[in-house]
Design a protein around this ligand. Structure first.
Ligand code: AQP
Length: 331
Protein backbone atom coordinates (compact mmCIF):
# COMPACT_ATOMS: atom_id res chain seq x y z
CA UNK A 1 0.00 0.00 0.00
CA UNK A 2 1.43 3.38 -1.02
CA UNK A 3 0.92 6.50 1.09
CA UNK A 4 0.00 9.84 -0.50
CA UNK A 5 0.12 12.96 1.63
CA UNK A 6 -0.64 16.64 1.18
CA UNK A 7 -1.94 19.70 3.00
CA UNK A 8 -3.28 23.18 2.38
CA UNK A 9 -2.71 26.28 4.54
CA UNK A 10 -5.87 27.88 5.96
CA UNK A 11 -4.66 31.42 5.21
CA UNK A 12 -7.88 32.34 3.42
CA UNK A 13 -10.47 30.74 1.19
CA UNK A 14 -8.73 28.36 -1.25
CA UNK A 15 -8.42 29.70 -4.79
CA UNK A 16 -9.00 28.23 -8.20
CA UNK A 17 -5.19 27.82 -8.21
CA UNK A 18 -5.30 25.66 -5.07
CA UNK A 19 -8.15 23.68 -6.65
CA UNK A 20 -6.51 23.03 -10.02
CA UNK A 21 -2.96 22.66 -8.68
CA UNK A 22 -3.79 20.60 -5.60
CA UNK A 23 -7.31 19.73 -4.37
CA UNK A 24 -8.56 18.42 -7.70
CA UNK A 25 -5.51 16.22 -8.10
CA UNK A 26 -5.97 14.83 -4.59
CA UNK A 27 -9.40 13.62 -5.68
CA UNK A 28 -8.10 12.28 -8.98
CA UNK A 29 -5.30 10.30 -7.30
CA UNK A 30 -7.67 9.02 -4.65
CA UNK A 31 -10.02 7.71 -7.34
CA UNK A 32 -7.15 6.11 -9.24
CA UNK A 33 -5.57 4.45 -6.19
CA UNK A 34 -8.41 3.04 -4.15
CA UNK A 35 -6.16 0.55 -2.32
CA UNK A 36 -3.67 3.18 -1.17
CA UNK A 37 -3.83 5.47 1.85
CA UNK A 38 -4.32 9.23 1.59
CA UNK A 39 -3.22 11.48 4.42
CA UNK A 40 -4.61 15.02 4.11
CA UNK A 41 -4.35 17.76 6.66
CA UNK A 42 -5.15 21.38 7.28
CA UNK A 43 -1.75 23.05 7.65
CA UNK A 44 -2.73 25.55 10.35
CA UNK A 45 0.76 25.66 11.91
CA UNK A 46 2.07 26.77 8.53
CA UNK A 47 -0.62 29.45 8.37
CA UNK A 48 0.74 31.28 11.42
CA UNK A 49 4.13 31.80 9.81
CA UNK A 50 2.52 35.04 8.60
CA UNK A 51 0.15 37.09 10.81
CA UNK A 52 -3.41 35.71 11.05
CA UNK A 53 -6.51 36.99 12.75
CA UNK A 54 -7.45 34.21 15.27
CA UNK A 55 -11.20 34.32 14.52
CA UNK A 56 -10.64 34.25 10.78
CA UNK A 57 -8.10 31.45 11.13
CA UNK A 58 -10.62 29.33 13.02
CA UNK A 59 -13.23 29.92 10.32
CA UNK A 60 -10.72 29.25 7.53
CA UNK A 61 -9.78 25.91 9.12
CA UNK A 62 -13.41 24.82 9.23
CA UNK A 63 -14.07 26.02 5.70
CA UNK A 64 -11.04 24.20 4.39
CA UNK A 65 -12.20 20.91 5.91
CA UNK A 66 -15.61 21.49 4.31
CA UNK A 67 -13.96 22.26 0.98
CA UNK A 68 -11.76 19.17 1.11
CA UNK A 69 -14.93 17.09 1.31
CA UNK A 70 -16.95 19.26 -1.08
CA UNK A 71 -14.23 18.87 -3.73
CA UNK A 72 -14.81 15.11 -3.54
CA UNK A 73 -12.27 13.62 -1.14
CA UNK A 74 -13.40 10.20 -0.04
CA UNK A 75 -13.30 9.44 3.72
CA UNK A 76 -12.99 5.67 3.01
CA UNK A 77 -9.26 5.58 2.33
CA UNK A 78 -8.30 8.89 3.89
CA UNK A 79 -6.96 10.19 7.19
CA UNK A 80 -8.04 13.83 7.53
CA UNK A 81 -6.84 15.97 10.41
CA UNK A 82 -5.75 19.38 11.59
CA UNK A 83 -1.96 19.68 11.83
CA UNK A 84 -1.85 21.48 15.21
CA UNK A 85 -3.93 18.68 16.78
CA UNK A 86 -1.14 16.18 16.14
CA UNK A 87 1.73 17.54 18.22
CA UNK A 88 4.25 15.13 16.68
CA UNK A 89 4.51 17.47 13.68
CA UNK A 90 6.10 20.21 15.78
CA UNK A 91 8.22 17.73 17.69
CA UNK A 92 9.57 16.10 14.54
CA UNK A 93 10.07 19.53 12.99
CA UNK A 94 12.40 20.45 15.84
CA UNK A 95 14.52 17.32 15.47
CA UNK A 96 14.78 17.84 11.72
CA UNK A 97 16.03 21.39 12.25
CA UNK A 98 19.16 19.75 13.64
CA UNK A 99 19.90 18.21 10.23
CA UNK A 100 18.92 21.23 8.11
CA UNK A 101 21.41 23.96 7.24
CA UNK A 102 20.77 27.70 7.40
CA UNK A 103 22.09 28.06 3.84
CA UNK A 104 19.48 25.61 2.56
CA UNK A 105 16.65 27.59 4.15
CA UNK A 106 18.08 30.89 2.92
CA UNK A 107 17.80 29.62 -0.65
CA UNK A 108 14.04 28.96 -0.46
CA UNK A 109 12.33 31.29 -2.93
CA UNK A 110 8.99 31.20 -1.11
CA UNK A 111 10.72 32.45 2.04
CA UNK A 112 12.39 35.26 0.11
CA UNK A 113 9.09 36.29 -1.54
CA UNK A 114 7.02 36.16 1.63
CA UNK A 115 9.70 37.78 3.82
CA UNK A 116 9.68 40.81 1.53
CA UNK A 117 5.97 41.34 2.17
CA UNK A 118 6.24 41.36 5.98
CA UNK A 119 5.92 44.88 7.34
CA UNK A 120 6.22 44.10 11.06
CA UNK A 121 9.29 41.88 11.06
CA UNK A 122 9.78 38.37 9.72
CA UNK A 123 8.70 35.53 12.00
CA UNK A 124 11.45 32.97 12.45
CA UNK A 125 8.78 30.32 11.78
CA UNK A 126 8.56 31.60 8.20
CA UNK A 127 12.24 30.75 7.84
CA UNK A 128 11.90 27.25 9.31
CA UNK A 129 8.58 26.51 7.57
CA UNK A 130 10.14 24.06 5.06
CA UNK A 131 11.53 21.95 7.93
CA UNK A 132 8.07 21.61 9.47
CA UNK A 133 6.85 20.66 6.01
CA UNK A 134 9.53 17.96 5.85
CA UNK A 135 8.30 16.69 9.23
CA UNK A 136 4.69 16.63 7.96
CA UNK A 137 5.72 14.32 5.14
CA UNK A 138 8.40 12.15 6.75
CA UNK A 139 6.30 11.31 9.84
CA UNK A 140 3.97 9.22 7.68
CA UNK A 141 6.49 7.51 5.37
CA UNK A 142 4.65 9.18 2.50
CA UNK A 143 5.89 8.07 -0.91
CA UNK A 144 3.95 10.57 -3.00
CA UNK A 145 3.18 14.22 -2.33
CA UNK A 146 0.78 15.86 -4.80
CA UNK A 147 1.56 19.60 -4.86
CA UNK A 148 1.55 22.65 -7.11
CA UNK A 149 4.74 23.80 -8.78
CA UNK A 150 5.55 26.36 -6.04
CA UNK A 151 6.17 23.56 -3.53
CA UNK A 152 8.73 21.75 -5.68
CA UNK A 153 11.72 23.39 -3.99
CA UNK A 154 10.38 22.53 -0.52
CA UNK A 155 9.91 18.92 -1.61
CA UNK A 156 13.49 18.77 -2.83
CA UNK A 157 14.64 20.00 0.56
CA UNK A 158 12.48 17.34 2.25
CA UNK A 159 14.22 14.71 0.16
CA UNK A 160 17.65 16.10 1.09
CA UNK A 161 16.74 16.13 4.80
CA UNK A 162 15.48 12.53 4.63
CA UNK A 163 18.59 11.32 2.84
CA UNK A 164 20.91 13.18 5.24
CA UNK A 165 19.12 11.80 8.29
CA UNK A 166 19.19 8.26 6.86
CA UNK A 167 22.91 8.55 6.16
CA UNK A 168 23.67 9.91 9.61
CA UNK A 169 21.42 7.70 11.76
CA UNK A 170 20.56 4.70 9.60
CA UNK A 171 17.60 3.97 7.30
CA UNK A 172 14.60 5.74 8.88
CA UNK A 173 12.67 7.83 6.38
CA UNK A 174 11.05 7.08 3.04
CA UNK A 175 12.36 9.60 0.49
CA UNK A 176 9.17 11.10 -1.02
CA UNK A 177 8.40 11.98 -4.64
CA UNK A 178 6.50 15.12 -5.59
CA UNK A 179 3.52 14.62 -7.93
CA UNK A 180 3.17 17.79 -9.98
CA UNK A 181 0.54 17.92 -12.73
CA UNK A 182 1.76 18.73 -16.26
CA UNK A 183 -1.00 21.29 -16.75
CA UNK A 184 -2.27 23.67 -14.07
CA UNK A 185 0.51 23.32 -11.52
CA UNK A 186 0.90 27.13 -11.42
CA UNK A 187 -2.26 29.13 -12.06
CA UNK A 188 -1.46 32.80 -12.35
CA UNK A 189 -3.23 35.91 -11.05
CA UNK A 190 -5.87 37.09 -13.54
CA UNK A 191 -4.79 40.73 -13.20
CA UNK A 192 -1.06 40.04 -13.13
CA UNK A 193 -0.33 36.85 -15.08
CA UNK A 194 3.34 36.98 -14.11
CA UNK A 195 2.44 36.34 -10.47
CA UNK A 196 0.98 33.17 -8.91
CA UNK A 197 -2.68 33.25 -7.89
CA UNK A 198 -2.37 33.50 -4.07
CA UNK A 199 -5.18 33.18 -1.56
CA UNK A 200 -3.63 35.85 0.65
CA UNK A 201 -2.80 38.29 -2.18
CA UNK A 202 -3.19 42.00 -1.37
CA UNK A 203 -5.42 42.59 -4.36
CA UNK A 204 -8.28 40.10 -4.78
CA UNK A 205 -9.31 41.10 -8.28
CA UNK A 206 -7.05 38.57 -9.92
CA UNK A 207 -7.97 35.71 -7.60
CA UNK A 208 -10.95 33.39 -7.83
CA UNK A 209 -12.02 31.96 -4.49
CA UNK A 210 -13.91 28.69 -4.20
CA UNK A 211 -16.59 30.24 -1.96
CA UNK A 212 -16.99 33.44 -3.95
CA UNK A 213 -20.40 34.48 -5.41
CA UNK A 214 -20.70 33.05 -8.93
CA UNK A 215 -21.40 36.40 -10.55
CA UNK A 216 -18.25 37.85 -9.10
CA UNK A 217 -16.31 34.91 -10.61
CA UNK A 218 -17.82 35.61 -14.04
CA UNK A 219 -16.84 39.27 -13.79
CA UNK A 220 -13.26 38.49 -12.77
CA UNK A 221 -12.75 36.13 -15.70
CA UNK A 222 -14.30 38.54 -18.17
CA UNK A 223 -12.03 41.34 -16.96
CA UNK A 224 -8.87 39.20 -16.86
CA UNK A 225 -5.83 40.89 -18.38
CA UNK A 226 -5.00 39.61 -21.89
CA UNK A 227 -3.30 41.38 -24.83
CA UNK A 228 -4.27 43.36 -27.89
CA UNK A 229 -3.68 40.58 -30.45
CA UNK A 230 -7.10 38.99 -29.90
CA UNK A 231 -5.92 35.55 -31.04
CA UNK A 232 -6.46 32.62 -28.69
CA UNK A 233 -2.96 31.16 -28.80
CA UNK A 234 -0.81 29.51 -26.11
CA UNK A 235 2.42 31.45 -25.72
CA UNK A 236 3.41 31.98 -22.09
CA UNK A 237 6.26 34.34 -22.83
CA UNK A 238 4.45 36.76 -25.14
CA UNK A 239 0.83 36.18 -24.14
CA UNK A 240 0.89 35.24 -20.41
CA UNK A 241 -2.69 36.36 -19.73
CA UNK A 242 -4.46 34.37 -22.42
CA UNK A 243 -2.09 31.42 -21.85
CA UNK A 244 -3.08 31.34 -18.17
CA UNK A 245 -6.78 31.37 -19.11
CA UNK A 246 -6.11 28.56 -21.59
CA UNK A 247 -4.44 26.56 -18.81
CA UNK A 248 -7.53 26.95 -16.65
CA UNK A 249 -9.72 25.99 -19.63
CA UNK A 250 -7.57 22.97 -20.46
CA UNK A 251 -7.40 21.79 -16.84
CA UNK A 252 -11.17 21.87 -16.41
CA UNK A 253 -12.16 20.42 -19.83
CA UNK A 254 -9.19 18.16 -20.63
CA UNK A 255 -8.97 19.80 -24.08
CA UNK A 256 -5.38 20.31 -25.26
CA UNK A 257 -4.06 23.80 -26.02
CA UNK A 258 -4.17 22.95 -29.71
CA UNK A 259 -7.82 21.88 -29.50
CA UNK A 260 -8.68 25.12 -27.70
CA UNK A 261 -6.83 27.17 -30.33
CA UNK A 262 -8.74 25.41 -33.10
CA UNK A 263 -12.07 25.86 -31.35
CA UNK A 264 -11.56 29.63 -31.04
CA UNK A 265 -9.80 30.28 -34.35
CA UNK A 266 -11.16 33.52 -35.83
CA UNK A 267 -13.22 34.20 -32.71
CA UNK A 268 -12.16 37.02 -30.34
CA UNK A 269 -11.38 36.88 -26.64
CA UNK A 270 -14.94 37.88 -25.65
CA UNK A 271 -16.49 34.53 -26.61
CA UNK A 272 -13.55 32.58 -25.16
CA UNK A 273 -13.72 34.38 -21.83
CA UNK A 274 -17.52 34.02 -21.68
CA UNK A 275 -17.25 30.25 -22.26
CA UNK A 276 -14.44 29.92 -19.74
CA UNK A 277 -16.45 31.85 -17.15
CA UNK A 278 -19.30 29.33 -17.49
CA UNK A 279 -16.92 26.34 -17.30
CA UNK A 280 -15.36 27.68 -14.08
CA UNK A 281 -18.73 28.67 -12.60
CA UNK A 282 -20.20 25.19 -13.32
CA UNK A 283 -17.30 23.51 -11.54
CA UNK A 284 -17.32 25.88 -8.55
CA UNK A 285 -21.13 25.84 -8.22
CA UNK A 286 -21.02 22.06 -7.69
CA UNK A 287 -18.40 22.50 -4.97
CA UNK A 288 -20.38 25.29 -3.28
CA UNK A 289 -23.61 23.25 -3.28
CA UNK A 290 -21.90 20.31 -1.65
CA UNK A 291 -20.09 22.63 0.78
CA UNK A 292 -23.38 24.21 1.90
CA UNK A 293 -24.87 20.76 2.44
CA UNK A 294 -22.07 19.51 4.70
CA UNK A 295 -20.45 22.45 6.45
CA UNK A 296 -22.69 22.26 9.51
CA UNK A 297 -22.83 18.48 9.63
CA UNK A 298 -21.40 16.61 12.66
CA UNK A 299 -19.61 14.41 10.12
CA UNK A 300 -16.82 16.99 9.91
CA UNK A 301 -15.89 16.73 13.59
CA UNK A 302 -16.35 12.98 13.54
CA UNK A 303 -13.88 12.68 10.66
CA UNK A 304 -11.43 15.08 12.29
CA UNK A 305 -11.56 13.20 15.62
CA UNK A 306 -10.93 9.88 13.90
CA UNK A 307 -8.25 11.46 11.73
CA UNK A 308 -6.42 12.95 14.70
CA UNK A 309 -6.38 9.61 16.46
CA UNK A 310 -5.11 7.63 13.46
CA UNK A 311 -2.56 10.27 12.50
CA UNK A 312 -1.21 10.51 16.07
CA UNK A 313 -0.76 6.77 16.25
CA UNK A 314 1.36 6.63 13.09
CA UNK A 315 3.23 9.82 13.91
CA UNK A 316 4.07 8.87 17.52
CA UNK A 317 5.58 5.57 16.37
CA UNK A 318 7.81 7.34 13.85
CA UNK A 319 8.79 10.02 16.33
CA UNK A 320 9.83 7.42 18.92
CA UNK A 321 11.94 5.66 16.28
CA UNK A 322 13.64 8.98 15.50
CA UNK A 323 14.24 9.91 19.16
CA UNK A 324 15.77 6.48 19.69
CA UNK A 325 18.06 6.75 16.68
CA UNK A 326 19.20 10.25 17.64
CA UNK A 327 19.79 9.19 21.26
CA UNK A 328 17.20 11.43 22.87
CA UNK A 329 15.50 10.79 26.22
CA UNK A 330 15.25 7.20 27.52
CA UNK A 331 14.05 5.46 24.38
N1 AQP B 1 -1.67 29.40 -8.08
C1 AQP B 1 -1.54 28.11 -7.88
N2 AQP B 1 -1.57 27.24 -8.92
C2 AQP B 1 -1.43 25.90 -8.72
N3 AQP B 1 -1.27 25.35 -7.48
C3 AQP B 1 -1.23 26.17 -6.44
N4 AQP B 1 -1.09 25.95 -5.12
C4 AQP B 1 -1.13 27.14 -4.46
N5 AQP B 1 -1.31 28.13 -5.32
C5 AQP B 1 -1.37 27.58 -6.57
C6 AQP B 1 -0.93 24.64 -4.50
O1 AQP B 1 -1.96 24.49 -3.54
C7 AQP B 1 -1.48 23.68 -2.46
C8 AQP B 1 -1.79 24.34 -1.16
O2 AQP B 1 -1.05 25.54 -1.07
P1 AQP B 1 -0.92 26.25 0.32
O3 AQP B 1 -2.16 26.91 0.65
O4 AQP B 1 -0.47 25.30 1.34
O5 AQP B 1 0.26 27.27 0.15
P2 AQP B 1 0.70 28.16 -1.03
O6 AQP B 1 1.39 27.35 -2.04
O7 AQP B 1 1.52 29.26 -0.49
O8 AQP B 1 -0.68 28.67 -1.54
P3 AQP B 1 -1.27 30.09 -1.60
O9 AQP B 1 -2.66 29.98 -2.09
O10 AQP B 1 -0.35 30.91 -2.40
O11 AQP B 1 -1.33 30.55 -0.10
P4 AQP B 1 -0.84 31.88 0.58
O12 AQP B 1 -1.37 33.03 -0.24
O13 AQP B 1 -1.43 31.84 1.92
O14 AQP B 1 0.64 31.83 0.64
C9 AQP B 1 0.01 23.48 -2.69
O15 AQP B 1 0.22 22.19 -3.22
C10 AQP B 1 0.35 24.54 -3.69
O16 AQP B 1 1.44 24.15 -4.49
Amino acid sequence: MAIFLSGVKPTGIPTLGNYIGALRNFVKFQNEHKDDLFVFFVADLHAITTPQDPKELKQNIRNLVGLYLACGLNPDNMILFIQSEVSEHSEMGYVLQSVTYMGELERMTQYKDKAQKQTEGIASALFTYPVLMAADILLYDAEYVPVGDDQKQHLELTRDIAIRFNNRYGETFVVPEPLIAKTGSRIMDLQNPNKKMDKSADNNKGCIFLLEPLDSIRKKIKSAVTDSESIVRYDVENKPGISNLMTIYSSLTNLTYQEIEEKYRGIGYGQFKGDLAEIVVDEIAKIQNKFNEIINSPLLDQLLDEGRQKASQIARKKLCEVYKKVGLGRF
